[in-house]
Design a protein around this ligand. Structure first.
Ligand code: DGL
Length: 284
């Protein structure tokens, strides 16, 4: 395996950019190739079979591009499709559920853990299962917060509407205090301030993307896959600079606009692709 290949990241759309940002901050010497499946978003309301199929197609697309590691940034795809993805590709695969769960267990310090995520992630109980598999017997309270996705994409993270929605969705966590609350969906770090304001400063928020970036760093080090060539003329990496390559399956302009909102810059290299069946793809 060539250690200087990029790291592949896929998400159902634009939300995975929060995971890209966390990876980029932690691993500025790596290059990234990102696929946002904007033609088929959202995944959070779809069935297991459909999410598996989309996730496998995305993973094969990135593998064909040439990557050394695949990060499944989408919580829903990580929750539902990791075994199918691991069967479909040869590169190591890292999802966001396990790193986020481990961080929550460490930080909650024996107290209850809250998880907010899409409907599909909540129904799968993937976080609760991962936390239990780590030998923790703390109670896990899971709650779907679907409107947070649109609020983040619309740029309404800091609005009265977001505060009202958060009051409703998160009321349970005020009645039953938790030690840690996992932001178990790619978009939720964008609403971090409103979420924290609503549940109170003593509830620690876990960003699964940041936890995943730490685990990716360890995995690269332990498997001798850390990038070791100079990255060119760049004194300092910038988010979305032309060392990183972005693909979307639809609506590239909207992706660029929301990327600007989330990251402060739009991708330098952004291409729309169509993924047909499992392996074939066409660019246009
Ligand atoms: N990326 C998805 C996740 O993290 C949220 C958006 C969707 O429903 O596709 O679960």
């Amino acid at each position: 395996m060539d250690r200087n290949l990029p790291i592949g990241i896929f998400d159902s759309g634009v939300g995975g950019l929060t995971v890209y940002r966390a990876l980029h901050e932690r691993l500025p010497n790596e290059r990234f190739v990102y696929l946002g499946d904007t033609a088929r978003v959202p995944y959070g309301t779809k069935s297991l079979a459909t999410v598996e199929r989309y996730a496998v197609e995305n993973s094969r697309f990135l593998q064909a591009h040439g990557i050394k590691l695949l990060v499944v940034a989408c919580n829903t795809a990580s929750a539902l499709a990791l075994p199918a993805i691991r069967k479909a590709v040869k590169v190591p695969v890292m999802g966001v559920i396990e790193p986020g769960s481990r961080a929550a267990v460490e930080i909650a310090d024996g107290k209850k853990i809250g998880v907010i995520a899409t409907e599909a992630t909540v129904q799968s109980h993937a976080y609760a299962h991962a936390i239990a598999a780590m030998g923790s017997n703390v109670e896990v309270i899971e709650r779907a917060c679907p409107l947070f996705v649109s609020l983040a994409e619309e740029g309404w993270a800091d609005s009265d509407v977001a505060r009202a929605v958060a009051q409703d969705y998160l009321s349970e966590f005020k009645q039953t205090p938790v030690g840690a609350l996992v932001l178990g969906c790619t978009h939720y770090p964008i609403l971090r301030d409103v979420i924290s304001e609503t549940v109170g400063a003593n509830v620690k928020l876990i960003d699964s993307g940041a936890a995943t970036a730490r685990d990716v760093e360890t995995l690269l080090e332990n498997s001798g896959l850390t990038h070791d060539e100079p990255l060119g003329l760049y004194q300092e990496r910038r988010l979305c600079d032309d060392l990183d390559h972005f693909y979307v399956t639809d609506a590239a302009e909207r992706f660029a606009k929301v990327a600007e909102r989330f990251l402060g810059s739009a991708p330098s290299i952004l291409e729309a692709v169509e993924i047909w069946g499992h392996d074939e793809l066409r660019t246009h």
